[in-house]
Design a binder for this molecule. Structure first.
Ligand SMILES: Cc1cc2nc3c(=O)[nH]c(=O)nc-3n(C[C@H](O)[C@H](O)[C@H](O)COP(=O)(O)OP(=O)(O)OC[C@H]3O[C@@H](n4cnc5c(N)ncnc54)[C@H](O)[C@@H]3O)c2cc1C
Length: 805
C-alpha cells in the first residue's frame, strides 16, 4: 500500500472491484481498493448471482445490459473464469392482468433494444419441464438472463484492474476518514494512514457505517433473503443443455439451474430486516439462521409451480443479508456537500448492475459527468428524510414484498406516509382529495367531493376516478382550478454576484425585475440539467422554481458551479408553499382578494409581483401549466392554509374547483407541455426537447453553449412531438414504441386523456425524418398496436391566446 492514491475505493465486493476496474480502464491507475477482509466478504460471496436486463427504469435497463455484455470481456482480460451461464429466462403470467402487463412490458423492452419476446405456456413447459402448466397463460422471455460465479466474477474484476496497475489491499479495514484543508482525504486504516484525492464508499453491508465516518446517514438498510439449492433433479440429469431461468411472478419465487439441481429464491410478503446499521465490523463470511416458517407460504406456492422440488433433496439453504434503499435502486455518485466523496452502495442487484455502477462512477470521477441519465440510481435523489429509521423500514419492506407485484400507474403505495403535509392538507382532504406522494410530500392527485367511500381501483386503463379528473379539467377550462404547488422546489439566489452566476448557469436570458422566464439549464455536453423558471423579484434577488424531488440534485449542481463569493442560495422549498390558480375566471378571483391591480397591463403574462392576497403577502407569478390565464401564488408555509381559505371562499361564486396532478397532466398534454423526468431529462438536449427556443444565443457564454450550438447546426436526430392516439380506454404511460409500418421511429415519454379535447394524447421523441415526411403511425399501448397521428399544433388553444388574455 502506498501513502497516497488518486482514488481509494473502500470495499472489495462486486461493486468496489468493478469501480476499480473501470477507473483503471480509463487510465487512472494510481488507485487502490481497500478491503476489510477478503474479496467478496460482504453480500457478494453468497449471492445467487443471477442477472437479467429487465428493469422498469429504461435507463437502468440499458445499464444492466452493459453489465451483462461486460462479463466475457473481463474474463478474457483477467484470465479468470466468471462462470457465466446465460440460458435466458421466462417470467411467468398466470393471471390475465399479469399477461397483459407482460405484453405491455415486452413492447417497452423492444423500444430499449432488449430482445425480450412473449412466449406461450407450451413453449415454457417444453423448455422448462419442471414447470407445472396449471393456470399458466404465457410468459416473457429475456434472452439475457443467467448467472455467474460471484467469487470468480469479483476476482476477475480485481485481477483485470491489477493488470492495469491498480492496487488491491486485503485485510485492511478503513477506520476513519477526514477531509484535509486542501481537499484531500486522510484515510486511517489498520495498516496505517494514507491520503487520496477521491474516496469511494463501496462498503456494501457496512456502507452506512462508512458513511457515518464523514457525517452521512445514507438511506439504506440490510434485509434478509433466502434461497435453497436442491440435489440433482431427474428432469435436468436427462438433458444435455441448461434449462432457462424461471421467475414465477405470481408465486414470489425465482429459479435457476445449479449443476443438475435448481436454486429457488423467495421474495416473501413478510420480509425481515437485519441489523439497521448493517453488519458489525467483525462480521465474518457467515450465514443467518433459516426462517423457513416465515417464508413457507411462498415456498408452498413455489412447490406447486415446480412440483418435482417436493421430491428433491435440499442440498443447502442460504439466508443472507444485502442492502436495500426505499426504491430498491443503488446510491451512486458524488455525495452532496462532501467534495470528492463518492457513493456506490445500496446495491441489491450487484450482478445485474455492478458492472454499470463501475462504469458510471469511473466516468463521473474522470470526466465530471456520468455519461448517462442515471437519476434513478443517483445518491442525490433522496433527502435526509429518507434515512429516518421508520421510513427506511417501511419503504424497504414495501419494496421487497412487492418485488414481483404489478405496479399500476395510478397506484399510490402506503409506506412512509404521511410524512410531509402542507398546512391545507386537512382542508383538502375534507374537500375530497386523494393524495399521492412526491419525495415524502403529500400531493393531491384528484378530488372526489362528497364521496368519502370512493376508492380508486388500480388499473392500467383509465380508472374509475376518471369522472373526477374530467370534472376538474372542465372546471379549469370553463372557470378556474386550484392546485397545491407543494411539490415545486424554490431557491432564492441573491447577492452582488447573482446575476453573473445565473447568466452562466442558465441558457436563457435573465428576466427583467418583475418578470418570469423559462430557463433551460444545460450540462457542458449540452444535456438538460433543469427546466427551471427564473423570476426576478428585484435587482439582485431571483427565485428559481423547479421540481420538488430534485432538490438535492439541483443544489449539488448549483454548489458545484458556485463562485467563491458574492452569491447566496437559500432553499425555500419547505418554507414557502402555495397554489396555482388557473382558468378564465382566475383574474376575477384574485381581484377579489387584493387591492393591487392585477389587470393585464399591471400584471401581464410572465409578470411577477409581491402583493397582498387575503391575509397573506404573496409572490404572484403569471404562469400556469394548464394553458389558461393563471397565477402561481407563493407564501410563507405557515400562511398556506390562510391562502387556501381565501381562494376557495373568493372562488365559490366563479366555479373554482380544487384540482389534482392528474387533471394537470390532462391539461398540460392538451397543450403539449413537457415536464421534468418525462419529456425533459438528462438523456435529452435542448434542441431535441424544444427547450432551445428559450436559449439566448447572443448573451455570451453559458454552460453547455458550445454543445448546444453544434447541435443546432447539425439538427437533432430526434424531436419531441405531440401525438393523438386512438387507444380505447387506455392511455400511454411512457416508453411505448412508436412505429411507422414495421420500423420503430421513436418512443413515448408520457401521455394522458385530454378530457377537454376528448382525445388520448402522448408526447413522444420521434426520428427527425418521420416528422418532416409524416406517415401513418402506431403506438403500442398495453401491448396492442393503436393508430396514432402526429399533431402539427396542440389541440387546445394552438395560438396560445388564453394565457395572455
Ligand atoms: C442470499 C442472497 C442472494 C442474492 N442473490 C442475488 C442475485 O441473484 N443477483 C444479484 O444481482 N444480486 C444478488 N444478491 C445481492 C448481491 O449479493 C449484492 O447486490 C452485492 O453483493 C452487493 O455488492 P457490494 O460490493 O455492494 O457489497 P458487499 O458484497 O457487501 O461488499 C462490501 C465489501 O466492503 C468491505 N468493507 C466494508 N467496510 C469496510 C471498511 N471499513 N474497510 C474496508 N473494507 C470494508 C466488506 O468487507 C465487503 O467485502 C444476493 C444477496 C444475497 C444475500
Amino acid at each position: 500500500m502506498k501513502q497516497h492514491y488518486r482514488v481509494a475505493v473502500i470495499g472489495g465486493g462486486i461493486v468496489g472491484t468493478s469501480i476499480l476496474y473501470h477507473l483503471a480502464r480509463r487510465g487512472w491507475t494510481d488507485i487502490a481498493l481497500l478491503e476489510r477482509a477478503e474479496l467478496t466478504a460482504g453480500s457478494t460471496w453468497h449471492a445467487a448471482a443471477g442477472f437479467h436486463a429487465l428493469n422498469d427504469d429504461p435507463n437502468i435497463a440499458a445499464l444492466q445490459s452493459y453489465t451483462i455484455k461486460l462479463y466475457q470481456q473481463i474474463e478474457a482480460e483477467s484470465g479468470q473464469s466468471v462462470g457465466m451461464h446465460m440460458p435466458g429466462g421466462y417470467s411467468l403470467a398466470s393471471t390475465p392482468e399479469r399477461w397483459q402487463w407482460l405484453k405491455a412490458e415486452c413492447a417497452i423492452y423492444q423500444t430499449l433494444g432488449i430482445g425480450a419476446r412473449l412466449a406461450t405456456a407450451e413453449e415454457i413447459v417444453a423448455a422448462c419441464p419442471i414447470v407445472d402448466p396449471a393456470g399458466l397463460l404465457g410468459g416473457l422471455f429475456d434472452p439475457h438472463e443467467g448467472a455467474v460465479d460471484p467469487h470468480g466474477t469479483t476476482h476477475a474484476f480485481a485481477l483485470a484492474a491489477r493488470k492495469r496497475g491498480a492496487d488491491v489491499v486485503l485485510r485492511n479495514r478503513v477506520l476513519a476518514l477526514a477531509q484535509l484543508p486542501g481537499g484531500e482525504w486522510r484515510i486511517e486504516t489498520e495498516q496505517g494512514a494514507l491520503t487520496a484525492e477521491h474516496v469511494v464508499n463501496a462498503a456494501g453491508l457496512w456502507a452506512r457505517r462508512v458513511g457515518r465516518m464523514v457525517g452521512l446517514d445514507l438511506p439504506l438498510t440490510p434485509m434478509q433473503h433466502h434461497y435453497l439449492v436442491t440435489e440433482d433433479l431427474p428432469e435436468l440429469l436427462a438433458r444435455p443443455d441448461e434449462m432457462p431461468c424461471v421467475t414465477d411472478l405470481e408465486g414470489y419465487t425465482y429459479l435457476q439451474q445449479e449443476r443438475k439441481g435448481v436454486l429457488l429464491g423467495v421474495y416473501e410478503r413478510n420480509p425481515r430486516h437485519w441489523q439497521v446499521e448493517g453488519a458489525e465490523w467483525d462480521y465474518g463470511m457467515d450465514l443467518l439462521p433459516e426462517e423457513i416458517d416465515r417464508i413457507s407460504p411462498e415456498l408452498a406456492i413455489g412447490f406447486q409451480r415446480f412440483p418435482s422440488l417436493l421430491e428433491a433433496g435440499i442440498r443447502k439453504w442460504v439466508n443472507g443479508a444485502f442492502t436495500f434503499t426505499p426504491d430498491g435502486n443503488p446510491l451512486v455518485g458524488p455525495v452532496p456537500g462532501r467534495r470528492n466523496f463518492w457513493s456506490a452502495c445500496g446495491c441489491m442487484s450487484g450482478f445485474s448492475q455492478g458492472g454499470a455502477i463501475g462504469k458510471v462512477l469511473a466516468d463521473w470521477i474522470v470526466d465530471g459527468d456520468p455519461g448517462a441519465d442515471i437519476f434513478g440510481m443517483d445518491v442525490a435523489r433522496y433527502g435526509a428524510f429518507a434515512s429516518n429509521d421508520r421510513y427506511l423500514r417501511e419503504t424497504t419492506a414495501q419494496f421487497y414484498a412487492r418485488r414481483f407485484v404489478i405496479a399500476y400507474p395510478n397506484e399510490e403505495l402506503p409506506a412512509g406516509r404521511p410524512l410531509k403535509l402542507t398546512p391545507s392538507y386537512d382542508a383538502q382532504r375534507a374537500a375530497g382529495a386523494r393524495f399521492g406522494v412526491v419525495w415524502g410530500m403529500e400531493s393531491p392527485q384528484f378530488f372526489a367531493p362528497g364521496e368519502a367511500d370512493f376508492v380508486e381501483q388500480p388499473s392500467p386503463r383509465r380508472s374509475n376516478a376518471q369522472r373526477f379528473i374530467a370534472a376538474e379539467v372542465a372546471a379549469t377550462r370553463a372557470a378556474a382550478g386550484l392546485l397545491d404547488t407543494g411539490v415545486y422546489a424554490r431557491y432564492e439566489v441573491s447577492g452582488p454576484g447573482a446575476q453573473g452566476w445565473l447568466d452562466r448557469l442558465l441558457a436563457s436570458r435573465l428576466p427583467a425585475p418583475g418578470r418570469v422566464r423559462l430557463a433551460p439549464m444545460l450540462s457542458p455536453a449540452g444535456k438538460l440539467m433543469g427546466d427551471l423558471s427564473v423570476m426576478r423579484l428585484d435587482g439582485d434577488r431571483y427565485w428559481l422554481v423547479g421540481s420538488y424531488y430534485l432538490q438535492e440534485w439541483h443544489l449539488r449542481w448549483f454548489h458545484d458551479h458556485l463562485p467563491p463569493a458574492g452569491v447566496r442560495i437559500d432553499n425555500l422549498s419547505e418554507s414557502w408553499l402555495g397554489f396555482s390558480l388557473s382558468g378564465p375566471r382566475s383574474r376575477e378571483i384574485l381581484a377579489r382578494l387584493t387591492r393591487a391591480d392585477v389587470g393585464n397591463a399591471a400584471l401581464p403574462f410572465l409578470g411577477a409581483a409581491a402583493i397582498d392576497v387575503g391575509l397573506t403577502r404573496a409572490i404572484v407569478a403569471r404562469v400556469a401549466l394548464t394553458g389558461e390565464l393563471g397565477y402561481e401564488l407563493t407564501v410563507p408555509a405557515a400562511q398556506q392554509r390562510a391562502l387556501w381559505e381565501a381562494l376557495i371562499e373568493a372562488g365559490r361564486d366563479f366555479g373554482l374547483r380544487p384540482i389534482g396532478m392528474r387533471a394537470q397532466d390532462s391539461l398540460r398534454l392538451e397543450k403539449g407541455y413537457g415536464v421534468w423526468s418525462l419529456e425533459f431529462a438528462q438523456s435529452y438536449t435542448a434542441a431535441m426537447s424544444g427547450l432551445d427556443r428559450y436559449i439566448d444565443w447572443d448573451k455570451g457564454d453559458f454552460i453547455g453553449r458550445a454543445a448546444a450550438l453544434a447541435e443546432r447546426e447539425r439538427g437533432p436526430a430526434q424531436r419531441l412531438v405531440l401525438l393523438a392516439v386512438d387507444s380505447g380506454d387506455a392511455d400511454v404511460s411512457g416508453f411505448e414504441p412508436v412505429t411507422a409500418g414495421d420500423r420503430r421511429v421513436g418512443f413515448v415519454t408520457s401521455g394522458a386523456y385530454g378530457c377537454h379535447v376528448r382525445q388520448s394524447l402522448a408526447l413522444a421523441y420521434l426520428d427527425a425524418a418521420i416528422i418532416t415526411q409524416p406517415e401513418p403511425l402506431t403506438v403500442t399501448v398495453l401491448g396492442e398496436a393503436c393508430p396514432a397521428r402526429l399533431l402539427a399544433e396542440p389541440p387546445y388553444d394552438p395560438r396560445g391566446l388564453r394565457p395572455r388574455v
